[in-house]
Ligand binder design. Structure first.
Ligand code: C2E
Ligand code: CA
Ligand code: CA
Length: 394
């Protein structure tokens, strides 16, 4: 065996042992050239379980779960290996979604159990005592399990109709008359009470649950808009929050069309609120939005001022409105330079023929500022909190 200790690349001659069953696993290897056999001793005889070639990684299991090597590795012919330090892989693992992380661990445990059953002279279940990396893995289990539990509860909530839609009025800045509503989801959980969307929307977006829930939201909101219109004998628009994930569904526009027809609504009565995140998620979402716009649906940018606030993007897509985030409004209240920025945004938006909506207006002073900045519409607790349909109709 000829090992160059200081280099990340190690060279092994034919037949030499790279690591042995039972050794502590402190690194994995990427094969740069040659071949490696993974062998396990079964009743005293080495049995080859797998061979790996150029471009493949081996020895990663011990790194991921902190246990000793469950098999040996031997070079087949001369080989050259790039050493991957434990911390390097571990840092990557820490960045993965906790559920993926947990699934990897479960899989590893299964593989280990299977290989152990083949019979080993070195019990690989010997843990490295007080290994700090292993502790990190263990402590990350609980949040992952919580998310799995919450995911099942949310599926159940959809099946048993525990979701509710609340509607927050949007008023014209000129005379405070109500011109539309934003639909906002709530979860009325028998165990958790009324759960706000920030506690579960993220998880629904990560799983594909947002697709069926999004369909339910459309139909509920459209039916309720129909009722609101006939109750007040007046026309209003309804804003729906649309996640990036929903725009990955190729049938999105088709479904929107079908649903609005079912409830006798015109496309211009429906506004889709999207955040700048659609920019980061490739072209397909923008194409679907563009289809929806061609069909006459209104498109609004939500939370403007919290993300990239990419002005070029504003010119490339004909948005109908721009919704200024409440953090920008708060900042403009205490900082005259921020008020100037907001004034500039207002001018740009109007030049591009977009309506401006300010959200999160809580005080008369804030409302007065938005009027000075020539905002077209306002939304916030000053006018009304989000309301259940029966309260709204009163
Ligand atoms: P958002 O789209 O920015 O919605 C506005 C949020 O601000 C709502 O919170 C609303 O209740 C709150 N709000 C309204 N007026 C005021 C005010 O004057 N002051 C303050 N401090 N807050 C105000 P909510 O309902 O908790 O929703 C939070 C977020 O969850 C929404 O932010 C939206 O991103 C998401 N969300 C809500 N419903 C849905 C939905 O049906 N689908 C999707 N994809 N996301 C939703
Ligand atoms: Ca919104
Ligand atoms: Ca918003």
């Amino acid at each position: 065996m000829s090992v160059k200790p200081k280099s990340h690349v190690q060279n092994y001659s034919d037949g030499s042992l790279i690591f042995q069953e039972g050794d502590p696993g402190d690194c994995a290897y990427l094969i740069e050239s040659g071949q490696v056999a993974i062998e396990k001793s079964v009743q005293g005889q080495p049995v080859v379980m797998a061979t790996f070639g150029k471009g493949e990684i081996f020895g990663e299991m011990a790194i991921l779960d902190g246990l000793n090597r469950s098999a040996s590795a031997r070079s087949l012919g001369d080989c050259s290996l790039l050493v991957i330090k434990r911390q390097q892989l571990f840092d990557q693992l820490q960045n993965t979604n906790p559920i993926t992380h947990l699934l990897i661990k479960i899989l590893l445990k299964r593989i280990r159990n299977t290989t152990e059953k083949l019979g080993s002279s070195h019990p690989s279940s010997l843990r490295i005592p007080n290994d700090p990396l292993e502790q990190i893995v263990e402590s990350s289990d609980e949040p992952a399990l919580d998310r799995i539990r919450l995911g099942s509860e949310l599926q159940h909530a959809l099946d048993t109709s525990e979701f509710r839609l609340f509607y927050q009025p949007i008023v014209a800045a000129a005379d405070r008359s109500v011109v539309g509503f934003e639909s906002l989801i709530r979860w009325e959980s028998p165990d958790r009470g009324l759960v706000p969307p920030n506690d579960f929307i993220g998880l629904m977006e990560e799983s594909s649950l947002i697709i069926p829930v999004g369909s339910w939201i459309q139909r509920r909101a459209f039916e309720d808009l129909q009722r609101i219109k006939s109750h007040f004998r007046k026309n209003f628009f309804m804003s729906l929050n649309i996640s990036v994930r929903q725009l990955e569904n190729a049938n999105f526009v088709e479904e929107l069309e079908r649903n609005r027809k079912d409830f006798g609504l015109e496309p211009h009565e429906i506004k889709l609120e999207v955040t700048e995140r659609i920019l980061m998620d490739g072209q397909s979402g923008l194409e679907l939005l563009s289809d929806a716009k061609k069909k006459g649906f209104l498109i609004s940018i939500d939370d403007f001022g919290t993300g990239y606030s990419n002005f070029q993007f504003l010119t490339k897509f004909g948005f109908d409105s721009l919704k200024i985030d409440r953090s920008l409004l708060r900042a403009a209240m205490v900082d005259s330079k921020m008020a100037s920025v907001l004034k500039g945004i207002s001018t740009i938006a109007h030049d591009l023929e977009m309506d401006l909506i300010t959200e999160g207006i809580e005080t008369e002073n804030e409302f007065a500022l938005t009027q000075r900045l020539r905002m077209d519409m306002g939304q916030g607790y000053l006018f009304s909190k989000p309301l259940a349909l029966q309260d709204l109709l009163k």
